[in-house]
Write a protein that binds this ligand. Structure first.
Ligand SMILES: [Zn+2]
Length: 155
């Protein structure tokens, strides 16, 4: 290194780039997403080694590294494993702040997945709270075909 850089203040500029792209969802995600869109059914996939039911379904088990095999139809109900409340708006969020994300473990599943909470007082969200999926009216084959999860009001 020469001494020139020792005398220059290092500046960092932050910016954003937008890169449109398309990707093929693949067999597992395509089945999962078309079933959400067309039938409002949430499917998981079971690992033949550890027997865990993964949702969203995975082509291979992230714990055993073997291909999953059996599709398991899941309930649209589950519990909140953990959650966070978003208090600041950013361009990438699907809702205007404040709102909540939760890791939800559906009944019959062994893994949780992240989704939005709705129809709930943000101050009253708790881990272990029972929730159910509310499906979007206009479903397009995305995870947001589940609009959000709302409290069931029961245990
Ligand atoms: Zn496994």
């Amino acid at each position: 290194m020469n001494d020139f850089w020792n005398d220059v203040e290092p500046l960092v500029y932050k910016s954003r780039i937008k890169v449109p792209y398309s990707w093929q969802a693949g067999e597992t995600a395509s089945f999962f997403l078309t079933q959400l869109r067309d039938k409002k059914i949430i499917w998981g996939k079971a690992c033949p080694e550890c027997r865990k039911v993964l949702v969203p379904p995975r082509k291979s088990c992230p714990f055993c590294f073997v291909d999953t095999e059996k599709w398991i139809q899941l309930s649209s109900r589950g519990i909140i494993e953990t959650f966070t409340i978003v208090k600041r708006d950013t361009p990438v969020q699907p809702l205007k702040a404040p709102f909540a994300y939760a890791v939800i473990r559906l009944d019959g599943a062994d893994t949780g997945f992240v989704h939005l909470l709705g129809g709930v007082d943000l101050e009253k969200i708790q881990e272990g709270m029972a929730v159910e999926a509310v499906f979007s009216e206009d479903r397009k084959g995305s995870l947001l075909d589940i609009a959000y999860f709302k409290p069931t009001g029961g245990a």
